[in-house]
Design a protein around this ligand. Sequence first.
Ligand code: ADP
Ligand code: MG
Length: 266
Amino acid sequence: MQLVNLLEKMKMDNLTGQLDALCEQAAKRDMNYRDFLEEALRTEWTGRHQKGVEARLKLARFPWVKTMEQFDFTFQPTIDRKVIRELSSTSFVERGENIIILGPPGVGKTHLAVALGVKAIEAGHSVLFLTLESMITRLTRARTENRVERQLIQFVSPKVLIIDEMGYLPMNREEAGLFFRLLTRRYEKASTVITSNKSFVDWGEIFNDQVLATAILDRLLHHCTTLNIKGESYRLKEKRRAGMFGPPPKKAEVPKEEDEEKDSSS
Ligand code: ADP
Ligand code: MG
């Protein structure tokens, strides 16, 4: 069998495409057989890995893709860089641990959640991103259509499930019950990343049930890293830089109870 046929049979498409260039390079650099074989196989592997990353990125359904490298940590000094480095290694995924990112609007919760999802994808894991609202909508619709089990499996199977914006809308009992079922199924098997603008003490309101909220927190927090961001909104910083609000107010002039977000809407 000829080389190109062999490569085709073995589905080495990436190598086939690069074969001429590789051979030319090997001749120029006077490569030995072993180095050439290594280079050839690396070319195939890199191509496959890249396609895998692209496929998983599509399946993840991120609203937009932002990376850890694009995050300005000097703007959010309350975030511990060591913790971020550890999380970026994605060993939390292998251990099935959770991450909860808390903080007011605009501090980069979604950005960090997406960036961690991208790291997990690069490490070979499956990721699914959705807002709590769309997750609940899909679960309740599935229930009325008698296919809640199938829908649950779809949310249980990704190695990393990112649930964005917990706390903007309260859930009724049935919805909270479905959410609890999902978390119980993922517990200690797969990682769940949650972002929320509400601190844990207010989670009772989200679930409309203190007992259920406690049970949910119990499972989520058992193996969990919590990032509590206490900074200024990055969106406001950018608007301010564009001159929309003028210079930032001097600290001493700002009455304590007036926060940034209220300022912007008035
Ligand atoms: P949140 O989810 O906390 O409301 P986002 O993650 O949506 O905030 O951030 C709002 C916008 O600001 C996004 O475009 C995000 O990429 C950007 N952003 C937020 N914080 C930072 C940061 N520290 N460095 C770079 N970009 C940031
Ligand atoms: Mg967000």
